[in-house]
Design a protein around this ligand. Structure first.
Ligand code: EPZ
Length: 417
């Protein structure tokens, strides 16, 4: 098991290229199940979750070649509409194959993903939406078994779930008739998926708004697509730059993909400049406490909440962070406290009282974004060293993060235990 060792207190300075978005690439890969011809995805990040999805689709019969950042997926031999438990439990986004499998094969057997560190993560909205489109759904031995020909439907999501919108969008492409998804998720990853599906011949309009309309078609062809940049990775590097009193520019990132986060950085006193597809964030003279509430897009992204908490541990004043999207997404708090942070949790609100400094300590990663917060805290700590264990959580969402942070001036290394 690897560890990441950090000796903090050094300001990060320089430019870093943002990779393709994990949370776009995963549904894009699932969408190729709908295609009758090979598809090509460019700018695919080299991450454990991508390899897991590759393994799952290959298990179904998809022929995949992944070289560099280019992935070719040939669906001509797809035959097995099943996503087994040992795959889905490792990477819950595997559940996003359900809608496409059902639309293509008129049957699917996909393991229920179960919960994870940040919450119960139910899939009721996914299933209700597919039933509204005519699917017969039953739960058998921990699997969702879905059967039937799909027809268009008017469906309102109880919550603008990202995964449910993606599953239902894919299912609707080959349904017989028109589907209107109300209270749909508006995340940029949804728009990226819709662009790819339309390039394959789908008829989708309204992606990026809360009402998406899909006119079902008989078949979808192949397409080529460039995965959008990872806005959460961009935000993570920007938070690290500000938190270490540095000056970081992320290249190949779109400011309109993380508007609320950039506004909060400015409110906290950072200089934030955007030019074309680059974003620069620099500390001015320290950080002021702010109030943050996570919301579905375009609100403050829940995937940047932990990173913001790390940054605010040494702000001037008391910050309030309210997590409204997941029920247990403060796993980083206990570890930050061990590094000297002053954080009190009250239900879904974290009260973060700014302290003078953090001190390095051995800490444990618990989930992907909590581990990113621990990296930022380690970079901030100007006393002692921080050793982060269970770094496989980090590798799920960030490519070689230690190399890229070192290139910005961090004293950081990966050691094999
Ligand atoms: C996606 O997860 C992302 N994952 C998450 O990123 C992200 O945090 C989340 O969207 C919110 O933005 C991928 O795209 C692979 P949701 P998803 O369905 O689709 C409840 C990361 O760190 N809900 O929008 O699973 C659910 O319990 C990961 O990269 C239901 O109640 O998120 C949660 O409280 C973590 N019923 C809320 O909605 C449902 O049927 C948001 O979940 C579905 C969801």
């Amino acid at each position: 098991m690897d560890k990441i060792l950090i000796r903090g207190g050094k300001p990060l300075k320089g430019c870093v290229h943002v990779r393709g978005a994990k949370n776009a690439a995963l549904p894009l890969m699932a969408a190729t199940i709908l295609a009758e011809k090979p598809c090509v995805l460019h700018n695919v990040p080299c991450l454990h979750d991508i390899f897991s999805m590759d393994k799952l689709l290959s298990h179904m019969g998809m022929k995949i070649d992944f070289t560099g950042r280019c992935m070719t997926l040939d669906p001509s031999a797809l035959s097995n509409p099943e996503a087994p438990y040992d795959q889905v439990r490792k990477m819950r986004a595997s559940f996003f194959v359900l809608g496409a499998l059902l639309a293509r094969h008129r049957r699917a057997r996909v393991s229920l993903p179960g919960g994870c560190a940040i919450g119960a993560r139910p899939v009721d909205i996914h299933l209700k939406g597919l039933e509204a489109m005519g699917a017969e759904i039953r739960i058998e031995d921990g699997y969702v078994v879905a059967e039937g020909a799909l027809h268009g439907a008017n469906f309102t999501q109880d919550f603008p779930s990202v995964g449910a919108t993606e599953n239902l969008l894919m299912a609707a492409c080959l349904a017989d008739g028109v589907t209107r998804l109300h209270n749909a998720a508006r995340e940029p990853e949804i728009e990226d998926l819709a662009r790819f599906l339309n390039a394959m011949g789908a008829q989708i309009s309204g992606a990026g708004t809360d009402l998406i309309t899909v006119v079902g078609v008989d078949r979808l062809g192949g397409a080529e697509h460039v995965v959008m940049p990872d806005r959460i990775e961009a935000g993570t590097f920007l938070a690290a730059g500000v938190a270490t009193h540095g000056d970081v520019t992320v290249l190949n990132a779109h400011a309109d993909h993380l508007p609320a986060f950039l506004d909060k950085l400015r409110e906290a006193g950072a200089v934030v400049e955007t030019k074309g597809d680059s974003i620069r964030a620099a500390a001015r003279d320290g950080i002021d406490a702010v109030e943050v509430t996570t919301r579905p897009f375009p609100g403050f992204a829940t995937d940047l909440q932990a990173q913001m908490m790390a940054l605010l541990t040494c702000a001037r004043g008391v910050s309030l962070i309210k997590e409204t999207v997941f029920e247990n997404r403060f796993m980083q708090a206990a570890e930050l406290i061990r590094m000297g942070a002053d954080i009190t949790l009250e239900g879904n609100t974290a009260i973060v009282r700014g302290v003078e400094r953090l001190s390095g300590a051995p800490v444990m990663a618990s989930d992907l974004r909590a581990s990113a917060a621990l990296v930022i805290a380690g970079l901030m700590a100007d006393k002692g060293a921080t050793a982060i264990s269970r770094v496989y959580h980090i590798d799920r969402g960030y490519e070689r993060i230690e190399e890229r942070l070192a290139a910005l001036g961090a004293d950081i290394e990966r050691v094999r235990e």
